[in-house]
Design a protein around this ligand. Structure first.
Ligand SMILES: *Cc1c(COP(=O)(O)O)cnc(C)c1O
Length: 477
């Protein structure tokens, strides 16, 4: 590396090149194939090679990567990606994210960036206002809902340990009895992953029945009656296959009635956004009675990866879970809150900047419109599924998730499952739209999620055309 390149004024070419590639890419998003579905061999041939001995011009490196990797880029931030639950990135959020990279702040400690630390506090407050969550809760930005679940459940673990007479973070779980955990069969894989990371055990969850995706209250009441100590209850606000909501107010009432104590954690990765619309807010009624809430930024807030946020009622429990000490990081006189006291990381990206720019640029009203537009798109697609004879809607279209399948006459269950699995791969390879598969009620199914800010009714029509064409092609084989 030439020493002169340590000065950015001599390396602006590389930034210009990245900007040109990015703007061309963004301009192509409305029309480019969502996926090229390249083979493993094709991607390896494009990229796999030993570390180069000698370097090249930074601008060339950027262009070369794009050229070589392009067929493996999935247009998941574009308007015709309906897989998993992704979301895109708004112009304000993307510009904020570029700036976050350029100024490269360490958002772990106040002294390393008072700007980042203060901005994060403001973003957390704005998010609580957007979602009508209690102002006195603390919150933090995370890398996504998995880490948000980890943050909320770490506070829950701390709370339960103290009730059982030990300090889980300080002394470890071996210091006390096991902590019971109750959720439903629809607990998200990421909450189970968080439980595994926290040493609580992913197999240690009592999974109650959830007809239609919502935890059965009578089953929770019975399970709590059989649990003699403090318990952690994990509820869903927006189940991933169908968008179903647990009855949060009912669950919260049962938790409060459990005398040894019950910590209610709500996985609201995308469902929390219902609170941004007066029309949809009843879906999350009672969420303000929870002890911790996990949500995602890179989904429905439409900020770039990676971004999520967690809220916790009791700041002290959260601090105890992630406490850290060291002479070189001792709080400095006159310094504000170190954001790292609430999260598993120490050094961290300035995720608050893209979120601040988006919330500033669109405001409460912009997010209400974004949320309602996405829900309208989902309803448009669900209505089309219902009126199309070869298709079956497998669950009511809750919020932004449509769960459906091809159900042509004359095929048995196994053949119908096989057809739907093949159809998912073919829709993805077709490139007009992208959906993902799942299993619902024991049957192979297809999911479409509508949380991208830029999806328009025309894009929903393209999805419907792709689903119809590929269905027709597969059933005429
Ligand atoms: C997406 C999702 C998660 C995990 O979020 P990541 O951002 O992928 O970590 C957790 N819970 C629910 C309900 C989700 O939809």
């Amino acid at each position: 590396m030439d020493a002169s390149e340590q000065r950015f004024d001599s390396a602006l070419d590389a930034l210009d090149r990245a900007r040109a590639l990015a703007t061309d890419y963004l301009a192509s998003l409305p029309t480019r194939p969502v996926s090229y579905a390249p083979s493993i061999e094709e991607m390896a041939a494009a990229l796999d090679e030993p570390l180069p001995d000698t370097g090249c011009d930074p601008a060339e490196a950027v262009s070369e990567w794009f050229r070589r990797a392009e067929r493996g880029i999935v247009a998941s931030s574009g308007p015709r990606f309906f897989g998993y639950v992704n979301g895109g990135t708004t112009p304000a959020a993307l510009a904020g994210d570029w700036l976050a990279s350029a100024i490269d702040q360490n958002a772990g400690m106040w002294p390393s960036s008072p700007a980042a630390a203060q901005t994060e506090q403001v973003v957390v407050r704005w998010l609580k206002e957007l979602f009508h969550l209690p102002a006195e809760w603390v919150g933090t930005l995370t890398s996504g809902a998995t880490t948000s679940n980890l943050v909320g459940l770490a506070a829950a673990r701390q709370w339960a340990g103290l009730r059982l007479g030990y300090d889980a973070a300080q002394d470890g779980l071996a210091a006390g009895p096991a902590i019971p955990i109750i959720s439903s069969t629809e607990i998200h894989a990421s909450a189970a992953k968080a439980l595994a990371t926290l040493g609580l055990g992913r197999a240690n969850v009592r999974r109650l029945p959830a007809l239609g995706g919502s935890m059965e209250l009578a089953a929770l009441e019975a399970a709590l009656a059989e649990t003699h100590g403090p318990v952690i209850v994990i509820a869903n606000a927006g189940e991933v296959n169908t968008g179903a909501f647990d009855h949060l107010a009912g669950i919260a009432a049962l938790c409060r009635a459990h005398v040894p104590g019950a910590w209610l954690h709500v996985d609201a990765a995308f469902g929390l956004f219902a609170a941004a619309s007066p029309r949809l807010r009843p879906l999350v009624a009672g969420i303000e009675l929870a002890d911790s809430v996990a949500a995602d930024g890179h989904k429905w807030l439409n900020v770039p990866y990676d971004s999520g946020f967690a809220f916790v009622r009791d700041a002290e429990l959260l601090r105890a879970a992630f406490a850290v000490s060291g002479a070189y990081i001792a709080p400095a006189p006159g310094a504000g809150l170190d954001p790292f006291v609430y999260v598993p990381e120490m050094s961290r990206r300035f995720r608050a900047l893209p979120a601040w720019c988006a919330l500033r640029a669109y405001g409460r009203d912009g997010y209400r419109q974004l949320v309602e537009r996405c829900v309208d798109n989902a309803q448009q697609f669900a209505a089309w599924v219902e009126e199309t004879p070869e298709l079956e809607l497998l669950a009511p279209a809750n919020l932004i998730i449509v769960c459906f399948r091809y159900a042509p006459e004359g095929l048995d269950d196994a053949a119908t499952d096989a057809l739907n699995r093949r159809a998912v791969a073919e829709i993805q390879a077709d490139g007009r739209a992208f959906v993902t598969g799942t299993v619902w009620d024991g049957r192979a199914a297809i999911r479409a999620a509508f949380d991208n800010w830029s999806t328009m009714p025309e894009d929903v029509d393209i999805l419907a055309q792709a689903v119809a064409h590929i269905g027709a092609r597969l059933s005429h084989r």
